[in-house]
Design a protein around this ligand. Sequence first.
Ligand SMILES: [Ca+2]
Ligand SMILES: [Ca+2]
Ligand SMILES: [Ca+2]
Length: 277
Amino acid sequence: MKSICKSAAAVAALLLAPTASAALITFEAAGANAAAITPTRDAFRAAVGGGTTAGANGSFGGLRREINWDGVPNAFADPSALPADFFNVNSPRGAVFSTPGTGFLVSANAGQASPVLFGFPNDFQAFSAQRLFTAVGSNITDVSFFVPGTTTAATTSAFAAIFVDVEVAGLTTMEFFDQSGSSIFSRDVLVGGNQGLSFLGAVFDAGEPISRVRLTSGLNTIVANGVLGNSNDDVVVMDDFLYAEPSRAVPEPSGLTLAGLGLLAGLSWPRRRRQDA
Ligand SMILES: [Ca+2]
Ligand SMILES: [Ca+2]
Ligand SMILES: [Ca+2]
């Protein structure tokens, strides 16, 4: 009964709060440079908590996590692939990536064999210098969460990403999934223009567990440094990811279980009453 009352209260609160939807607060901004999105990034940081410095590796008691790609060693940067579990094994922050493409690439620093910015200096810029991130051969990156450094499934309650060179509305999106794999929220990333930066984040302030976030980055793909999947569509890459510390996933009661509990409660009352009587 307590949980039902809580839910009712939450629904009532939602109806009274015009800026929130489904206990969700979004943070978004776009523009020509870092200054255009930094205040929104800072507001997201404040909403998630954890101070100005994100947690490093391992579990840090709830500290916010950030991945800016800049600390990835040259050995795991362009032209070498970034391992999908780099940020749960090499640098355990509880994030593991997957893609329908062939893998992931982090851009090279100046002075390395590969040109910086994936070879597209007139399209991309870094929000945090110097490295950027992209899936290879696909515009889709899925981020799944784990208790940092383990294979124990986890959920987070907030996630944000910075996108680079979003030029066409409706092609770059973020979609959030719950533990059952159901989509619970999706939103288009704002257009930042050629070489521009776009920030999109969502905080589930009632603590709804997010087990996966799908980032769709434009319609084009990066095949290799300086090589696009086609010459026409909007190519988009990513910089910083920010998220609340992943914590161990607690299985949600299924509809069947709740129905079963309701049925049991309904059956047990009359029986007791009959016994009492
Ligand atoms: Ca461009
Ligand atoms: Ca960076
Ligand atoms: Ca573009």
